[in-house]
Design a protein around this ligand. Structure first.
Ligand code: HEC
Length: 221
């Protein structure tokens, strides 16, 4: 015979008092939500501090960044002589900057070009020879077959760089003079500088030219 009043184990909890239940729950809750509350003020203060710093830094850069132009810093300026005369920019330094901006993508940092596509500037008779032809090539571009150091090129065209119709670059005569001075005196080349006046003279004389071809260039001095 079994017990007529078995104690169901699920009913045992009913014997717990309200206090003991509250105490048990409080323990299980552990951290209370309010514990986070007094940390909130710190990030708010930091927000103001950093906003202030960013504003200060922005104003500072606006005044002293020199428009992030590497040529702005005058390392030859006398100390304490703000706004003094700047040293003239070396055409070789400026020319290298211009070369590295664009020419380098085709004629490469070595000036050796890419075989079969972009002709070399190192040791090229076009770079070291007639100054006027060289100016023409960069001012108005060159297309069609061209022979450089005994090798025929012509797969691609040399872009128009001058401030002329159809130019994608609109480089000033001065900019062209500096880049040409750089190519004539780099990659082992050693030839005289090209002046802005030389470029301007040809620019004025041949203002409405289209891209040159090798044969046209060779007919001129
Ligand atoms: C998009 C590629 C490209 C760029 C950029 C470029 N060139 Fe050229 N360049 C050529 C090609 C291609 C030729 C050969 C054109 C032809 O075959 O008719 C050439 C030819 C020349 C030549 C005559 C041939 C020789 O090798 O001596 C000179 C000089 C020259 N480029 C100088 C420059 C200079 C300086 C710059 C930068 C201002 C420049 N090039 C930028 C592609 C380029």
């Amino acid at each position: 015979m079994s017990d007529p009043h078995p104690i169901d184990p699920r009913l045992e909890q009913a014997g717990a008092s309200d206090e003991s239940l509250l105490a048990a729950h409080e323990q299980m809750l552990g951290r209370k939500p309010e514990d986070d509350a007094h940390y909130r003020k710190l990030p708010l203060v930091l927000l103001f501090v950093f906003s202030g710093l960013i504003f200060y830094a922005g104003t500072y850069l606006n005044h002293f960044s020199g428009r992030y132009d590497g040529a702005t810093f005058n390392e030859n300026g006398a100390p304490g002589q703000a706004g003094g005369a700047t040293a003239p920019v070396d055409p070789l330094v400026q020319g290298k900057k211009n070369y590295d901006q664009v020419c380098i993508t085709c004629h490469q940092a070595t000036g050796l070009g890419i075989p079969g596509v972009y002709p070399p500037l190192a040791g090229s008779e076009w770079v070291l020879g007639s100054e006027e032809r060289l100016v023409r090539i960069v001012l108005h571009g060159l297309k069609g077959p061209v022979k450089v150091k005994g090798v025929e090129y012509g797969a691609a065209a040399m872009p128009v760089f001058g401030k002329v119709a159809g130019s994608g670059y609109n480089w000033s005569d001065e900019k062209i003079a500096s880049v040409l001075t750089y190519v004539r005196q780099s990659f082992g080349n050693s030839a005289s500088a090209i002046t802005p006046a030389q470029v301007s003279a040809i620019h004025a004389k041949e203002a409405d030219r289209k891209e040159w071809t090798q044969d046209e260039l060779l007919r001129l001095p």
